[in-house]
Write a protein that binds this ligand. Structure first.
Ligand SMILES: [Zn+2]
Length: 198
């Protein structure tokens, strides 16, 4: 907790104080971020840092490996899908970016394959990207690190395709009022690469 409490003290006496007008405006008027970012929960890839954004700038949902599940209104607990619904149908974001990244632990777990001991939830969640793993494993043999890098890119393509299974996303993309983008962030080089849909 010390890391969190010390950080909060710095924030309260620094950034918050410097931006109290902005926070007051956001509290009064609400948020209207132009973009939503779906990113990995990994501590190294915070979208607010990568995109140099402040309060109110981007609507963010983070999960293991930055995955978008397919549209499935089945009554289950869909955290990512409900964030999408709010961003698109209530806030009216004009861009949704899916940002994968290098050295992703979720993708490594997926590539390691079933029975790798990833507990109660991770394997089931990563099953969203099983077709990404299959595409990588179908290609000529490469070392594990190279395969993981390829799967990071393929998983972004799976998420881009899954976004279009949401009817209120597909309709807006078709109408030209919503843009989808795939991005891959390389931790070591700092490069942000565009990932085209499949
Ligand atoms: Zn990750």
């Amino acid at each position: 907790m010390k890391t969190l409490r010390d950080g909060y003290e710095r924030f309260r006496n620094g950034f918050w104080r410097d931006n109290r007008e902005l926070y007051s405006t956001l509290a009064r008027d609400g948020q209207s971020p132009p973009a939503m970012v779906i990113a990995c929960a990994d501590s190294r890839v915070a979208p607010e840092t990568v995109f140099d954004c402040g309060p109110g700038d981007i609507f963010v949902v983070r999960n293991v490996a930055a995955l978008v599940p397919p549209y499935a209104p089945d009554g289950a607990y869909h955290g990512t899908s409900s964030a999408l619904e709010f961003a698109v149908t209530v806030l009216g974001v004009r861009t949704i970016a899916v940002m994968g990244h290098s050295r992703c632990g979720g993708i490594r777990a997926l590539m390691a394959g079933p029975g790798n001991g990833h507990g109660d939830f991770i394997s089931g969640w990563m099953d969203i990207a099983r077709s990404a793993r299959a595409r990588v494993c179908d290609s000529p043999a490469a070392d594990f690190e190279t395969q993981c890098g390829a799967c990071e890119h393929e998983a972004i393509r799976v998420s881009l395709a899954n976004l279009l299974t949401f009817p209120w996303i597909a309709a807006r993309v078709q109408a030209g009022t919503l843009e989808l983008a795939g991005l891959h962030f390389d931790l070591a080089s700092g490069q942000l690469e565009d990932v085209e849909p499949a």
